[in-house]
Design a protein around this ligand. Sequence first.
Ligand code: ADP
Ligand code: MG
Length: 395
Amino acid sequence: MPKRSIYDLNVKDKRLFVRVDFNVPLNAGQISDDTRIRSALPTLKYALEQGASLVIASHLGRPQGERRREFSLRPIAIRLNELLGQPVTFATDCVGPDALQAIEHSGQNGVTLLENLRFHKEEEANDPVFSASLASLADCYVNDAFGSAHRAHASTTGIVPHVTDAATGLLLARELKYLGALLDNPTRPFTAILGGSKVSGKLEIIKNLLPRVDTLLVGGAMSYTFFKARGLSTGRSLVEPDLVNATRQIEKEAKTHRVNLVLPCDHLVTTALQADASHENLDVEATGIGDRLGVDIGPKTQQAYANIIKESATVVWNGPMGIFEISPFSSGTLAVAMAVAASNGTTVVGGGDSVSAVGQMGIAHQITHISTGGGASLEFLGGRTLPGVEALPNS
Ligand code: ADP
Ligand code: MG
């Protein structure tokens, strides 16, 4: 059931409370990456064009319910002012008289940015009184913070029953559209590429995707637990002994669902986790890994995965193929990124490190949808309902 969207709201002359994700990286008070602020602009601009007054709220970092200067949203108000090209009034508190005064000062069709929601412990505790105080600042509510939708906090769920109308912002709607389509009606053939650090963090996603995909390509550290289960030598590679049985189960389920589950056929092994350590490509069936560790998929695997990606109509990718942070170990991730970018199908990339890899490689614009969600994207793909989405009315 689709959720009510900002397009369904009448916001003219209304005060609109917009929950955004302005949890940007700060370096000595300077914003080092303003992508998250830019991502919210379409929703904010649309609401302003419709004649709304905006009351914008976000968390920043983990101030643990305390007012801490280094987590103030004040620098973000300045950047938002520049990006929107209109004045932004900064409220030194997100509730109470300071908030109200700032909102009144910003006036009709104005913009107010509230101070960090998490300066109040009631935010994360989803306190009903605090939720009502937030709601009292506005008439309607829009949630555009997909990255916080997996948490039931005052500003993501508690506030909703206290406002006259609520909806998704454009960013959240887009996330639900693309991630939802992967689970509900993917165009086939549908390929999932899963990598990254651990099987344990990805078990739910694997289980939820298996009945839906045609092919599952495995890479990254996760492969080694599968290799262990198959009796291959893994050296000092990252293996999760507790999950060896889980991978056997996954292989069984893949057969039941007739999923083509593909593991790397070759890999890059190194003597140490350093760029200058000696390394070489080995077939995974080969003996001789010794006490070295596997840190990337090899060239044969890269080619095989690229061919499958090319033939796919829908591709979802989460988790780097290797330790891409160390440049000699990044070619597998780069090859997969290039193949996904070159695909004519619908392509979706999710997960903090995968998204940052795609950004570093300069191919973000060639991906159909890059999920901004981090943990929320992974929970969604794992089949969990997100409280911040649940709380919003259906259209
Ligand atoms: P995402 O944030 O995209 O969901 P993860 O957090 O699951 O991805 O995994 C990312 C991390 O996995 C990266 O820091 C990368 O170095 C690590 N990784 C990938 N392959 C290996 C490997 N073979 N051995 C150890 N770590 C790996
Ligand atoms: Mg990660």
